[in-house]
Design a protein around this ligand. Sequence first.
Ligand SMILES: Cc1ncc(COP(=O)(O)O)c(C=O)c1O
Length: 369
Amino acid sequence: MDFSQKLSNLKQSHLYRSRKISENTQNTQIIINGKSLINFCSNDYLSLARHPQVKEAFKQGIDKFGVGAGASHLISGHTLAHQALEEALADYTGQEKAVLFSTGYMANIGVFSALKDELDWVLQDKLNHASLIDANHLIGLPLQRYLHNNIISLEKKTAKQSGQGLIATDTVFSMDGDQANIKSIEKIVKKSGTLLMQDDAHGFGVFESIIPKNSIYMATLGKAAGTMGAFVAGDEDLIDFLIQKSRSYIYTTAIAPALCTATLKSLELIRQGEQNAKLLANIRYFQNLSKALNLPITNSNSAIQPFIVGSSEKVIYLSKKLLNAGFYISAIRPPTVPKDTARLRITLSADHTQNQIKQLLTQLKHALQ
Ligand SMILES: Cc1ncc(COP(=O)(O)O)c(C=O)c1O
């Protein structure tokens, strides 16, 4: 196989992805190649990844439990810290029980793998995250998608199915920042006896979750909670079933116990609401200022603010211009987003200052001229 030719094809189509090496840890300030930049592409929405209390809880977790879990949950890796976090997550989401996974990607794969023999069909929102799409492929059911956030399309497609089905949706869409209409989807699943699964990777900790009865709620801990891992919450029987059947739960090492002690602290800070209020104020400020500057930012109320540019070439040009001006923003291109919708994915965090946001939007306006 000629990998070199394949790589050069990617470069020619402006689709080659490269990694930037960060010389400090997550913050609104990031150092790359010795240059300090304002970071507008972290998912650390509540700025908890470096929060002193979360760091301290992590250190205490290491002192108590060591570094690694040493085994999978069903062998000897499930510690008091994992158990306490699962109970706290169930309580926070108002569900009977929760189970931890090592990543959100693995949680989605795990839910689908457990349900493999229970489902006759799956319907997914057109813009769902890649991990839900991969999970669907993994269990061998056809990938059927309804129009993005379109309840009529969902209703029509649901009516054509027979047998036990699953409707899966991102709660906050990862590349667009808009939110699924869970209340309307709930009506459809109730009427049709369908199971609902939501992936709230980008809403957990930021918005209050809406979790219909008998549904599956998945969220990640590596974004607003500032740590790592993921969980699924729901009825006790559902969670017990996942523990028995999810291959990506059973056949992998449990996350480090100290990550659980750190996440417990994150959860406490999320409940206090101070970081959340700062984030929501930043989102409002960003939206108002982009309108005042006539910048065509889409109407998203979440921390994800996409600036859709169209071509991959243009988005790279813009992201480089902003980089030269001191802002780090990722250029998102196909296949992560549909063809001709390449974009700057601007993400806001609680610890961004209004001045940083103002500078970014002013520079973006400048770069477009
Ligand atoms: C919607 C969504 N689901 C799942 C994941 C995967 O989560 P994790 O990073 O914990 O694997 C992501 C990550 O980007 C995501 O955006």
